[in-house]
Write a protein that binds this ligand. Structure first.
Ligand SMILES: Nc1ncnc2c1ncn2[C@@H]1O[C@H](COP(=O)(O)OP(=O)(O)OP(=O)(O)O)[C@@H](O)[C@H]1O
Ligand SMILES: [Mg+2]
Length: 227
């Protein structure tokens, strides 16, 4: 099977004064299409750094990040924006929903940003997503009228709006209790099965074990598969 993501000798160093912090150092890693991968490790080891590089949100110090066989570290800003829009969805610890828009509108926003029209198909897709989390009847509610867990489920649906191949989730359950964390992981598994979405999740939540295909640990600039 082809590798969806292949990371080769990746380095990310931060310079501060005379010191260099080698957060990622000759890291090699690959992900197959359709997998759910958890990235764990102590606070400050570089999980967010790795995820932001895979998502093309930051530039590497050295190395290659090949996604669908294309090295994204060589793309210019315009191509990179296009690439993100086509292939990547993001979820963060904070849901970052826009308060003045409804749940439905928040899910729709990535579609409108890409200057696409709201067609009957798009509407059906969004309502189908809302059905998956049993929030269709709450679609006209604004984030202030929804619970934290509900907001995070809407944020995860929003990440699916442009039908990405990869969803990058950085501590998606960091602000949630156990029950809502399970609902998020469960929803990821459902979306993974239904749409073949590949998930890369950075988390401290041990429960991810039950929902992921592989667990990795970041340590001293490198990544290891957890037995
Ligand atoms: N822009 C930056 N400039 C300098 N140092 C940075 C920068 N971004 C991150 N770092 C450092 O890189 C290291 C890795 O940070 P990162 O946020 O990736 O860790 P993390 O594993 O996600 O931690 P957490 O579990 O707390 O979220 C930390 O020591 C951090 O201070
Ligand atoms: Mg982090």
């Amino acid at each position: 099977m082809n590798k969806l993501i292949e990371i080769i000798n990746l380095k990310k160093h931060f310079k501060s004064g005379a010191q260099t912090l080698k957060v990622l150092d000759d890291l090699n890693f690959s992900v197959q299409k359709g997998e759910i991968i958890a990235v764990t490790g102590e606070s400050g080891v570089g999980k967010s750094t790795l995820l932001s590089l895979i998502g093309g949100l930051d530039s590497v110090t050295a190395g290659e990040i090949r996604i669908r066989e294309k090295d994204i570290t060589r793309l210019g800003e315009t191509e990179l924006t296009q690439f993100r829009g086509d292939y990547i969805g993001f979820v963060f610890q904070n849901h970052f929903l826009l308060n003045e828009f409804t749940a439905y509108e928040n899910i729709l926003i990535p579609h409108l940003i890409r200057k696409r029209k709201l067609t009957r198909d798009t509407d059906r897709y969004i309502l189908g997503l809302l059905d998956m989390v049993r929030l269709r009847e709450r679609k006209d509610h604004k984030p202030g009228e929804l619970s934290g867990g509900e907001c995070q489920r809407i944020a995860l649906l929003r990440a699916l709006m442009n039908r990405p191949e990869i969803v990058i989730a950085d501590e998606p359950t960091g602000n949630l209790d156990e029950k809502n964390s399970m609902l998020i992981f469960d929803l990821m598994r459902t979306l993974n099965r239904k749409f073949k979405v590949t998930f890369i999740i950075a988390t401290h939540n041990q429960a991810v074990r039950k929902y992921s295909d592989d667990i990795y640990v970041l340590k001293q600039g490198k990544i290891f598969r957890k037995a």
